[in-house]
Ligand binder design. Structure first.
Ligand code: URA
Length: 246
């Protein structure tokens, strides 16, 4: 049968990634021509009307990719029911339904990507792609090499062992150290929990790099569109070509 799988169709509409769309479908929030559909494999054809939570969705005609320097005190979501500022509120004048790729805590600043392309989001957030992320943290006190080695090897958190990571002291702020930590997993508040676990809680946290894409000189609250070399920095040249990003 012709048509596009419902799950893929929702991702192409910018509703969410394919994986997250599957959950939205399972929750019974999606209707095709007025009928609730809970099977993500059902095919959507051109003449179908698809709604999510009662709102009609249509495929995005052009894909948008943006990098933003998220200031602390801004939510990493598309909207907030308590009316707090969200990352998408900082991107003015772009006519697309953007959503953030992954999350930074409310108090964390730095590099976050925004897109309306569910597949792009999926590639960056699915653990199997092992995208490395680099953070700089001001921590309380100065960790010894033994403590840093614990993080390098992997440490026990309440949700299990962390994967091996890289960490170095890169500077000092008064009596406190500035560390750079590079991780290939993204559990909730992971950097904060790892540093707390070695006895050096985070005072300030900023993400400075995703794969080889650096935040660079972008000021807090500022954003720019991604360009060809940025996609290569994220995925490597071959994969970026396969994804038709360059
Ligand atoms: N780890 C954290 O603890 N917080 C973030 O915002 C990102 C990674």
């Amino acid at each position: 049968m012709e048509g596009t799988r419902l799950q893929k169709f929702l991702a192409s509409c910018g509703v969410a990634s394919r994986r997250a769309s599957e959950i939205i479908i399972a929750e019974g929030r999606v209707k095709i021509n007025g009928k609730i559909i809970t099977d993500p494999a059902v095919k959507v054809v051109r003449s179908d009307t698809v709604t999510v939570d009662g709102k009609k969705v249509t495929p995005e005609s052009s894909k948008v990719y943006i990098m933003l320097n998220k200031p602390a005190g801004v939510l990493s979501s598309a909207k907030d029911d308590r009316d707090r500022t969200c990352v998408v509120d900082l991107v003015k004048g772009v006519d697309a339904r953007l959503f953030p790729v992954g999350r930074l805590d409310y108090d964390t600043s730095g590099l976050i990507l925004l897109t309306n392309d569910g597949d792009f989001m999926q590639k960056l957030t699915h653990p199997s792609y092992e995208i490395w992320r680099t953070y700089q943290a001001v921590v309380k006190g100065v960790p010894t090499q033994n403590k840093l080695d614990e993080i390098e090897r992997g440490i026990e958190l309440e949700d299990g062992m962390t994967l091996p990571a890289h960490i170095d002291v890169i500077g000092y702020k008064g009596k406190n150290a500035i560390v750079e930590i590079v991780l290939r997993e993204g559990r909730n508040r992971q950097v904060r929990r790892m540093l707390e676990a070695i006895g050096h809680p985070v005072i300030d946290l900023k993400r400075v790099q995703i794969a080889a894409l650096e935040l660079g000189e972008l000021k807090p609250g500022a954003w720019r569109y991604l360009r060809g070399k940025d996609f290569e920095a994220l995925f490597g040249t071959e994969t970026a070509k396969k994804m038709r990003l360059i």
